[in-house]
Design a protein around this ligand. Structure first.
Ligand SMILES: Nc1nc2c(c(=O)[nH]1)N[C@H]1C(S)=C(S)[C@@H](COP(=O)(O)OP(=O)(O)OC[C@H]3O[C@@H](n4cnc5c(=O)[nH]c(N)nc54)[C@H](O)[C@@H]3O)O[C@H]1N2
Ligand SMILES: Nc1nc2c(c(=O)[nH]1)N[C@H]1C(S)=C(S)[C@@H](COP(=O)(O)OP(=O)(O)OC[C@H]3O[C@@H](n4cnc5c(=O)[nH]c(N)nc54)[C@H](O)[C@@H]3O)O[C@H]1N2
Ligand code: SF4
Ligand SMILES: [Mo]
Length: 751
């Protein structure tokens, strides 16, 4: 064997986006390590990064389409698959209309250039409002609050990790997750560097997570009450006088008086019982945040996936404003993404703003947010007869049967569909319901650019990866799968040429730029630009990416900006290009009609009334509440088929505080039954001081024991599905996000 080369590639598994150095011999990957020269990750990787090799070679990974015949999935050709899909989807459209096709787009799509550029095309081609995604079991509250405050859902402030001196983290555990809505490879190292320069880390979490262990202070909050704590911190700062909000920031604020008035009920003393955090601590944390030379508040899954997800996400940034740290070095800042962000085009500083509720779901009338309905409403939309009932599903890179609430109800509804297509690497808990499963190429066989995640990066960075290994013969790239599906639902037939869809896609992207007076290609001839892009021979996502780079804030503007960035330049820089630390972006980043930061959007002010009710809710000390957790070696519901990641002791345990264990009479080696309103699972117990009294914790993404799947390693270490317990009726009413943390449960010993 001869070493052909070392390929450099960004890891697509989580939001950290680490650079990998991949040794290839005879077109086989032999070794993967961190890329020491990567401009952002500088050699850091976690145990998952090197397993892209095992993922590529996994014998259970699908290499051909699977077609369900007589209830059993058998391999088929691509031609057969397209014909069956053409017949199946178009029959449903003919009989029941386009609204009867539902879509669910999963999380890996956010790390996938094909999906980032062609999922939208597919949704448009299907033409149904029945759209669902992993966003509503995840980050949508933060995007709604950012949209309402700053006018664009892309404008999520991130902690300026490398320069801050005080970081308050609520409900995030970057020591396991490596960060989210804050793209920062080696997040742990960046935290430790902050502590080494004298900074302080405070973690708010009902569990003593690994991040909480590293913290200078851990606040064991009662689940679901972060909005109260944040309201009290904001209240304290307002009461103290807000002198730190300087003239510069003050000039961009709207609604200051309204929010200060609306916070009146939420003093540190009034929220103390509900949050479990005493008055003096809340007052002190508020003042520490204000008095630090710079500080940032950052909230994630634990703040988003609760009944007050949007309100908590908003209050995070209200506190950042009240400490004077929004848009300030070392505070919470807006990245300037190199490509594809919603806040780098259109008139700077002003815009149409952001709205939710531009439509309502059919059955429960949930307001639309970001063009979709709550994943929690998927089952009822499939089950409930009437015009617009979902009869077919198209799932792309998602596993909602393990990831979304009340999974057992959802699984029953999926079993009743007339037709289903899944684009997935595996035959798993969700794709098993599909009539046809279409496998994308492996992570090593595709190009990569983190269009979504670099929008939330702590430095302005761009990094493109070429495919490490070639596509197998006959195997379409994932964008070609998505384009073909788009062609089929557009009535172009199973033999349609995906080039037609590709040309439409690029034309749309180009047109929106040449019509935008702030674009560096404003007024240019569309066809000329497309011709220039196509001269390289690029097609699909790469051609679109080149355009987005060239028309982005650092782009070459097709010649109008000398030395500007192009895809060719990125290819010539395999370790990425660093455009520097974050800079101040107010007011240019804003897209609100007022051209100001909206501190008091009416929906959010109204929601404080609902929050107020939480203050008077009776606290039952015998009631256990369930929260989740993540583990470094796991990735949501997948990567469980990779032996090196799952070996060792069972990770799918119910963690319980020793006080609760002795109260309930459960011992360390027992199995327990956990029951919620909607379901019940049996799990091994793990008694540990790391969870707060009254709280139990079970990780999500497990439960691989369903028949009809083919993930042999995962099945041998199945675990249980925590979303059998989460309740589809419990959602954040503003964003439609599921409540996945703070679920009331009972726990009993199984004898
Ligand atoms: N290894 C690994 N990395 C991952 C993933 C993975 O599955 N595994 N998933 C990726 C994805 S898709 C995402 S979105 C990110 C998520 O990234 P993080 O948000 O960092 O995710 P978690 O590790 O789940 O951390 C959430 C924390 O919130 C705590 N919590 C629960 N309820 C509450 C509450 O009411 N209040 C507060 N304050 N805390 C609460 C939990 O105990 C937990 O420690 O991670 C990404 N990275
Ligand atoms: N109780 C509870 N539930 C949760 C969470 C929680 O904290 N607690 N976290 C939530 C969060 S943050 C998220 S993001 C969701 C995730 O929810 P989902 O996105 O529904 O689930 P994943 O586990 O990410 O499943 C991804 C699927 O995509 C496939 N896949 C992987 N890579 C690719 C690819 O490149 N292309 C295609 N087509 N398919 C691919 C995998 O095989 C897998 O089937 O789960 C949510 N569910
Ligand atoms: S931290 Fe995330 S991006 Fe980095 S190697 Fe691990 S899984 Fe990949
Ligand atoms: Mo997520």
């Amino acid at each position: 064997m001869t070493i052909d080369r070392i390929a450099f590639r960004t890891c697509p598994l989580c939001e950290a986006g680490c650079g990998l150095a991949i040794t290839v011999k005879d077109n086989q990957v032999t070794h993967i390590r961190g890329d020491m020269e990567d401009v952002f990750s500088k050699g850091f990787i976690c145990p998952k990064g090197s397993t892209l090799k095992q993922l590529h070679n996994d014998p259970d990974r699908l290499l051909t389409p699977l077609i369900k015949r007589d209830g059993v999935h058998v391999p088929g050709t691509w031609d057969e698959a397209w014909k069956i899909i053409d017949a199946g989807l178009n029959r449903v459209i003919e009989n029941f209309g386009r609204e009867s096709i539902g879509t669910y787009l999963g999380n890996p799509g956010a790390h996938n250039l094909s999906s980032m550029t062609f999922n939208r095309v597919l949704l448009q081609a299907i033409g149904s409002r029945q759209r669902f995604s992993a966003s509503t079991v995840d980050q949508i509250p933060k995007q709604v609050s950012s949209g309402l405050m700053f006018g664009s859902v892309s404008s999520v402030p991130v902690p300026d990790l490398d320069r801050t001196q005080y970081l308050l983290i609520l409900g995030a555990n970057p020591y396991e997750s490596n960060g989210s809505l804050c793209t920062a490879p080696d997040f742990p190292g960046r935290i430790e560097a902050m502590q080494a320069r004298g900074g302080k880390l405070v973690v708010v979490d009902p569990r003593k997570s690994r991040t909480a262990e590293q913290a200078d202070e851990w606040l064991a909050i009662r689940p679901g009450t972060d909005a109260l704590l944040l309201a009290a911190i904001a209240h304290t700062l307002a009461n103290d006088g807000l002198q730190v909000v300087d003239e510069r920031l003050g000039a961009y604020l709207n609604g200051l008086d309204e929010i200060v008035a609306a916070l009146a009920p939420f003093s540190a003393a009034t929220v103390a019982t509900a949050t479990g955090i005493d008055e003096q601590t809340t007052l002190r944390i508020a003042r520490e945040l204000r008095d630090a030379s710079c500080s940032a508040v950052y909230g994630r899954i634990g703040t988003c996936t609760t009944a007050f997800g949007t309100t908590a996400s908003w209050l995070v940034d209200v506190v950042n404003v009240f400490t004077g740290n929004l848009d300030r070095v070392g505070g919470a800042m807006f990245p300037l993404p190199v490509a594809g962000s919603g806040n780098t085009h259109g008139e700077p500083g002003k815009g149409k703003g952001f709205r939710i509720g531009r439509g309502h779901s059919r059955v429960s009338k949930h307001p639309e947010a970001l063009g979709e309905y709550p994943a929690a409403a998927m089952a009822e939309e499939i089950e409930t007869p009437g015009v617009g009932q979902i009869r077919a599903m198209v799932v792309v890179g998602g596993n909602p049967i393990l990831s979304t609430p009340n999974s057992e109800r959802l699984a029953k509804s999926f079993a009743d569909l007339d037709f289903m297509v899944s684009v997935d690497l595996y035959l798993n808990e969700t794709s098993k319901f599909a009539d046809v499963i279409l496998p994308p190429p492996s992570q090593l066989q595709r190009s990569h650019y983190d269009l979504a995640l670099l929008t939330f990066a702590v430095r302005n960075v761009a990094n493109y990866s070429e495919p490490v290994l070639p596509l197998a013969p006959e195997m379409p790239d994932e964008w070609e799968i998505l384009a073909k599906l788009s062609a089929i639902v557009s009535g172009l037939g199973a033999d349609a040429d995906v080039a037609v869809i590709d040309d439409l896609a690029i034309a749309g992207v180009v047109q929106s730029a040449t019509k935008d007076s702030s674009s560096n290609v404003y007024g240019r001839d569309d066809q000329q630009l497309i011709d220039e892009l196509s001269r390289s021979g690029r097609r699909g996502p790469d051609r679109i990416l080149d355009f987005l780079l060239r028309t982005g804030p650092f782009g070459d503007g097709f010649g109008s900006v000398p030395d500007g960035v192009t895809l060719d330049k990125l290819i010539a820089s395999p370790h990425g290009i660093d455009f520097g630390a974050l800079g101040s972006r107010l007011p240019e980043v804003l897209r609100t009609p007022s051209g100001k930061v909206e501190l008091a959007p009416p929906q959010l002010i109204d929601d404080l009334l609902r929050l107020n009710e939480l203050l008077s809710a009776k606290i039952d000390n015998s009631q256990l509440t369930l929260v989740g957790r993540r583990h470094l070696r796991s990735n949501n519901s997948w990567m469980h088929n990779i032996e090196v990641l799952v070996k060792g002791k069972d990770r799918c345990t119910l963690q319980m505080n020793p006080n609760d264990a002795s109260r309930l009479g459960v011992a360390g080696d027992s199995k327990v039954r956990v029951t919620s309103r909607v379901g019940s699972v049996d799990a091994p117990i793990e008694i540990t001081e790391s969870v707060r009294v009254g709280v139990v914790s079970l990780p999500h993404g497990w439960g691989h024991s369903m028949p009809g799947t083919k993930t042999r390693v995962a099945t041998s270490r199945a675990g249980v599905n925590s979303n059998i317990l989460t309740d589809e009726k419990e959602i954040d009413p503003l964003s439609g996000n599921s409540v996945l943390n703070g679920i009331p449960v009972t726990v009993t010993r199984i004898s």
